[in-house]
Design a protein around this ligand. Structure first.
Ligand code: APR
Ligand code: PHB
Length: 403
């Protein structure tokens, strides 16, 4: 089989890329390890920043998000029992975020792919990449027990943190930056009423809590826990007690509770791979970088990476120029490092740290006070939270760590 762009992975990165390429008349084949039911049913994060909202509308998959998503103009930061609102729209020049869960985005993208008359090859095994430093890279895989080969002009590695694409970049030119956190997030889905009209990020001496939402009757909340904690230690009662303790305000507000129908603990990791390209292979999304969820950036970074990739590929097929493709990694990483910076900043700002001395705790509270009351602080949170623009221009003199 032959295609212009072979895409490994049908997560947000791979599916958005396929749609962007289709709009440019560029053919692609998507290979996915899991089944359709699996990718459409897995609960993940749920905040789309303005940049992603714009991309989904541009590729014609924004209708259901616009109808069913919950658009927010702000969020709340809470500390010392006070809740302070950050007016994201006001401090970002009119931008918003939408609560629209990742699996709904996946459902919309898979439908759009089929509507285009294109397929997704699900349940593939043993995917390997070959000849990526030639003009005819290949992907080999197994499907229904048969060995298959896909010959491509380019390969897009959109296969998440554990996929094979990143590892196909030779060790000698690949520099990986990994930072593990000792904290994890315990996430629940609960049949209960919304806790607030916008998300609440709460700092408390016994740990961070996040009150998010899915629908008027289904809520998504999180608690900072030890990354090695076991979910069996967390009864529903203990979860509600802890959520209440960490989010209570001076006016006696209580979180609406209800039956918990799913709970689990996720690890937090900051990771960046430099470079994001080698020969005819370009990697995007979680294959190239991961962020702790505090900044709500994971899916959003995947969307902007593939926006850059699709523009580079369109330029190549329309004019023969490699200009954007040659700078793919540089353009993406400039934005990725800033999103990593914001995610790590939010994590440090909001999580409790039992090793802090009283001075460090005082600085954390002063930071929270500053960022939620001074115009420069509010603007910093707002413009990063709604998503920074892609910077396309050349960056001579800008130091990436691998240069
Ligand atoms: N062969 C084929 N497909 C693979 C392989 C493989 N060997 N390994 C992984 N995949 C698939 C996964 O099954 C998954 O569907 O690649 C897809 C990668 O999707 P994501 O992990 O969602 O990554 P990405 O598209 O970059 O989106 C990043 O999604 O999962 C969240 O937290 C993540 O918000 C972030 C965003
Ligand atoms: C979520 O709703 O899942 C969510 C929201 C905001 C975050 C992380 C996760 O920062």
């Amino acid at each position: 089989m032959r295609t212009q762009v072979g895409i490994i992975g049908a997560g947000p990165a791979g599916l958005i890329l396929a749609q962007l390429l289709h709009q440019q008349g560029i053919d692609s084949v998507i290979l996915e390890r899991k089944s359709r039911d699996n990718i459409e049913g897995t609960v993940k994060a749920g905040i789309l920043e303005q940049t992603t909202i714009d991309i989904l509308r541009e590729i014609g998959v924004g209708d259901r998000m616009d109808r069913e998503g919950h658009f927010h103009n702000g969020n709340y930061f809470q500390f010392n029992g006070q809740r302070r609102r950050i007016d994201l729209k006001k401090y970002s020049g009119g931008k918003q975020v939408v609560v629209y869960p990742q699996h709904e985005v996946i459902i919309d993208l898979v439908n759009a792919r089929y509507k285009n008359g294109k397929d997704i090859i699900f349940d593939v095994e043993d995917v390997t990449l070959h000849d990526i430093d030639t003009n005819q890279p290949k992907i080999r895989y197994r499907k229904n027990g048969m060995d298959e080969e896909l010959i491509c002009d380019f390969i897009a590695g959109c296969d998440g943190y554990h996929g094979p694409s990143r590892k196909a970049i030779p060790d000698s030119i690949r520099k990986e930056h990994l930072h593990m956190y000792k904290d994890g997030w315990l996430g629940i889905l609960s049949d209960s009423a919304p806790a607030a009209d916008e998300l609440v990020y709460a700092n408390h001496s016994s740990g961070f809590a996040l009150l998010s939402t899915r629908t008027p009757i289904l809520q998504r909340h999180y608690l900072q826990v030890d990354a090695n904690d076991d979910i069996v230690n967390w009864s529903d009662d203990r979860i509600w007690t802890e959520l209440n303790q960490r989010t209570k305000t001076y006016d006696g507000w209580q979180i609406p509770d209800g039956p918990i129908n799913s709970k689990g603990i996720i690890q937090m990791r900051s990771f960046i791979c430099e470079t994001m390209q080698y020969g005819r292979l370009f990697i995007a999304g979680d294959a190239a970088h991961t962020v702790p969820p505090t900044g709500a950036k994971g899916l959003n970074l995947a969307a902007t990476d593939v926006k850059v990739m699709s523009r580079g590929l369109a330029e190549f097929y329309q004019t023969g120029s490699n200009d954007i493709l040659n700078r793919y990694s540089e353009i993406c990483l400039r934005r990725v490092w800033k999103a990593e910076r914001f995610s790590s900043f939010m994590t440090k700002l909001l999580h409790s740290n039992p090793n802090y001395d009283s001075f460090e705790r005082g600085i954390q509270l002063a930071d929270l006070d500053y960022y939620t009351s001074y115009e420069a602080g509010l603007r910093t949170i707002a413009e990063n939270y709604v998503g920074l623009p892609i910077e396309w221009e050349k960056t001579e003199g800008l130091q990436l760590t691998t240069k």
